[in-house]
Design a protein around this ligand. Structure first.
Ligand code: GUN
Length: 296
């Protein structure tokens, strides 16, 4: 049984990017820049956003966190996005979700220039992914991170049955589209299960590759895992634990101890998919910079 160590892989990827950034700095006198907008004071979002900015700085990229009050109008937020679209020093724009109820999230996604949409949420990027023009789009960071885990651990995917549990726009849907692609893709047969699927276990028991991204702690029990399966756990669920320093601990969507008895390979939580998501965000920002400077 192999532990798929996303933490270790993310460090390798960040080192690769750091080297390139320092080369560009000496060659062009410029480095990639990421701007992250956060609206309001959701504690989980603040943790994610700080972590994104910190990683950029470690790598030698520019980063800026723009904090807007919960009460900001949609018009003012869109104006901010527009300014970033027009700023040549900004290569990546990310507006942290969720946004307050009075703001139309999709209108904000549409406002971000597709060539700076390092989240890969804009319909132009999503459309290119669906069509299979992977080189020309930004891939949503979590699915992209999972692809990198599979590739870098040499996990064979062609003709395998991949079962994805969850159909979010951020993970499940782009993941399904990537796994089904022939060119540059994973070439799998794909099943997507979700909250309306009766007996999810009857599907996951046939999964050679099982990707859980539904946001329910330990939904995937040991009996739902096919012997020898590769198990990828996207879940980051907080469960109360009085013995933990913060009063909670993070568990995945998979019952890890039970699943590891059956799987051939599995991602831990934490230290699996999570660190890869930020690494791919940085990778997308570098790609945007390279395109802007026509170095690729
Ligand atoms: N909220 C949770 N995950 C993400 C993400 O990947 N991007 C953005 N913009 N918001 C998020």
């Amino acid at each position: 049984m192999q532990i798929l160590d996303g933490k270790k892989l993310s460090l390798e990827i960040k080192e690769e990017i750091k080297t390139k950034v320092s080369e560009y700095k000496s060659k062009l006198g410029k480095v990639p820049g990421l701007s992250v907008i956060i609206v309001g004071e959701d504690p989980a979002s603040q943790v994610y956003v700080r972590s994104k900015a910190k990683t950029c700085n470690e790598i030698g990229m520019n980063s800026e966190v723009i904090e807007l009050p919960e009460s900001v109008s949609q018009q003012d937020l869109l104006k901010k996005v527009e300014d970033l679209n027009n700023n040549p020093d900004v290569h990546g724009i990310l507006v942290q979700q969720p946004l307050p109820k009075h703001i139309d999230e999709f209108a904000v996604t549409l406002a971000i220039a597709p060539e700076k949409d390092v989240d890969g949420f804009h319909p132009e990027n999503v459309g290119r992914l669906v069509i299979g023009r992977l080189e020309e789009c930004f891939l949503s960071c979590t699915p992209y991170g999972i692809i990198e885990i599979l590739k870098r651990y040499n996990i064979s995917t062609k003709g395998k049955h991949c079962v994805i549990v969850g159909r979010s726009n951020i993970v499940g849907k782009p993941m399904a589209n990537l796994m089904v692609q022939k060119l540059d893709g994973m070439n799998c047969t794909v099943t997507v299960c979700h909250s309306a699927t009766p007996d999810i276990g009857s599907h996951t028991q046939n999964a050679d590759i099982l990707i859980a991204a539904i946001g329910k702690a330990k939904l995937i029990t040991g009996d739902m895992v096919k012997p020898g399966a590769v198990v990828i756990d996207v879940g980051m669920n907080r469960v109360e634990d009085p013995s933990a320093k913060r009063g909670y601990r993070l568990v995945g969507d998979v019952d890890y101890d039970a699943a590891r008895e059956k799987a051939s390979a599995i991602t831990p939580v934490p230290g699996g998919v999570g660190p890869m998501t930020i690494a791919m965000l940085i990778s997308n920002t570098l790609k945007s910079f390279e395109r802007a400077h026509q170095t690729v």
